[in-house]
Ligand binder design. Sequence first.
Ligand code: DGT
Length: 230
Amino acid sequence: SRSSTSLSHRKLVRNGEEKKSVIWIEGNIASGKTTCLEYFNKTSGIEVLTEPVSKWRNVQGCNLLGLMYQDPSRWGLTLQTYIQLTMLDRHVLPMTAPVRMLERSIYSAKYIFVENLYKSGKMPEVDFAVLSEWFEWIIKNIDIPVDLIVYLQTSPQTCYERLKQRCREEEKVIPLEYLESIHNLYEDWLIHHKSFEVPAPVLVIPADHDLKKMLHQYEENREKILMAHC
Ligand code: DGT
């Protein structure tokens, strides 16, 4: 099938080396990022890096993600500090394939999740200030490459339904309003350009559809996504 073809037709840059490209897959909780990454993972020449969620669930035996959902005011800073570190670690890993796909980014951790904790009154101003200074330092001093942002655009209601179906223990406490806030922050950032810098062009893929239609859309957008740097 086409999805198992290699990227042999990719363009070469001047010195004969292949230009590498980095694509971030962004979207609300349960928007279908994993399905998207699994689809592209079947193509040779693409390395897929999923979010380090398992690390957040086990920091020396402690489930930090679970703690944050139980008591965001107490654990928000701890979790976001750790997420910032684990995401940065992913961004600076040397590339082993011509194309890299990343689930989310250090940018969305800050612009969506930290912002949400702060705006909803669950993160003290000083915690927000410390995280913000760290974040600003990182993006100023460390190269975080990105050529394309693929935004899986969903309605919060769809994410809520999917969340209930998959039944992850920590996520049982997530109300629809939380998904609505995350959704609005994503829309302000990637669609309306109202809030923060967008570090690459954005390709929007409507993602409320069932699996079959989603796979069809990935097939249709395949070239556009994989040729991100051209
Ligand atoms: P998918 O495939 O679109 O269903 O993606 P998921 O739900 O497997 O992955 P994701 O990224 O939506 O979320 C994993 C869990 O981690 C979810 O409960 C949200 C949470 N999470 C991810 N990044 C952050 C962050 O920066 N801050 C906070 N507070 N939570 C985060």
